[in-house]
Design a binder for this molecule. Structure first.
Ligand SMILES: Cc1cc2nc3c(=O)[nH]c(=O)nc-3n(C[C@H](O)[C@H](O)[C@H](O)COP(=O)(O)OP(=O)(O)OC[C@H]3O[C@@H](n4cnc5c(N)ncnc54)[C@H](O)[C@@H]3O)c2cc1C
Length: 157
């Protein structure tokens, strides 16, 4: 992977190659002992727009670089851990609540919006957001990818 090309897409600061600076991105909440080890050569990239994501994926596709997506890192099955040398895309900058449509009981958010922020937005509108998979640092994209539910499903389905 050509790091310079990557930096051109997202800016130098949003490409991290220093292992020390990405340690917290290389684990999730999977129980130690079961949790997979991260690969040795990982590049962490933090895009801010879907156009940037598209360009990153095109670049990765050119040389078949493996790509891993990271949400809040609260998963319990190691899904966000980059287990092969490649790119780790953090969705943390996709953190905008776009619309709270109270007429249709619908919220539109970017993929990196956390459960905590969704709960806050719902509360401010006098509504509740029933899914609650334990850790409010989970992001919308991660919850969708894992079909996360939580104990409130007992009451709300
Ligand atoms: C204390 C605790 C309690 C929990 N309780 C429950 C529970 O009761 N019920 C339940 O269902 N789950 C539960 N969970 C697990 C829950 O499903 C996950 O924590 C949550 O869904 C993961 O979201 P995340 O953003 O942290 O994703 P991550 O852990 O970052 O990623 C999880 C997977 O989603 C993918 N992913 C993340 N973001 C995106 C995106 N934007 N686009 C595409 N793929 C993406 C990753 O590649 C990875 O494969 C619990 C977890 C914790 C820590």
């Amino acid at each position: 992977m050509d790091i310079k090309k990557l930096q051109k897409i997202v800016g130098e600061k949003m490409v991290i190659t220093d292992r020390e600076r990405m340690q917290t991105y290389l684990v999730d909440e999977t129980v130690v002992g079961v949790r997979p080890d991260p690969a040795a050569n990982v590049v962490l990239v933090k895009p801010g727009t879907s156009q940037e994501v598209s360009e990153i994926l095109k670049l990765a596709n050119q040389d078949r670089t493996p790509v891993f997506v990271r949400g809040g890192g609260t998963g319990l099955c190691g899904g966000s851990i980059p287990t092969r040398d490649g790119l780790l895309i953090s969705m943390e900058r996709f953190n905008r609540v776009i619309e709270m449509d109270t007429d249709n009981l619908m919220i539109t958010v970017e993929a990196g919006v956390t459960l905590a922020d969704i709960l806050k937005a719902a509360d401010a509108a006098g509504l509740i957001f029933p899914p609650h998979p334990g850790d409010e640092g989970a992001q919308a994209g991660g919850m969708v990818a894992l079909n996360a539910g939580g104990t409130r499903a007992v009451k709300y389905g």
